[in-house]
Design a protein around this ligand. Sequence first.
Ligand code: SF4
Length: 239
Amino acid sequence: MLVSPGDPPERPRGEPTLAWFERVMRRGGGFRYSRRLVMGSGDPTERRRKLATLFAEAEACTACSRMPGHPKTLGPQNGSVEARCLVIATAPGVEGSAATGVPLRGDRAGTNFERLLASAGVRRERLFITNALLCPPRTEAGRSRRPRREELRNCSRFVSGLIVQLAPALVVTLGSTALAALEQLAPHGLTLARDAGRPVRWMARWLLPLYHPGPRAMIHRTWGEQRRDYAMWRSLLED
Ligand code: SF4
């Protein structure tokens, strides 16, 4: 369901209240979802502590047998723990976060991403950026490959952990893999081809599906269209 971008989801400053939660649940269609996944953990000190635990769990994770021993791209370098906007990209690229340790930095996708952010006036330091898959998926020959469904399922616990702790008012997905990863947490029914650039309500917050800023996405979404998408993103952020 497309909703007006002039109606951003409410989130109280400081501690979320039960009244606020019940209000957004009424608007969002009832108690279908985990209360924690919608509200977040509330207390900032507790949030930092739990995020640190989540980062440590990710670093120690060996759930995917084809990805042993990779350093994980999840930690304070991903962005602000006060961010109201969570960005989910695909997976660490060879020249990107697999090399720099920071999602969307170091490769052409990262350069495009920062140019698009700048064109819309979105400040990167106000975001928390992660990948649907925290380890880089590689073929036996060491080349990048598409993430497998079971790998996305394994890694979805870190995406849901970030949503619980950050309680973002806006989630932005970059590419079809990130959109599919969210579908595993709660159905949204979106497709990138049909819904790119259109904000919808999901889990009592905004969800904005966008194309990945890598060079190949230009085949499906021109630079001008992506600039308009990022302008939409800016309109959803609070000042
Ligand atoms: S991709 Fe995610 S679930 Fe799989 S081993 Fe890496 S951190 Fe763990």
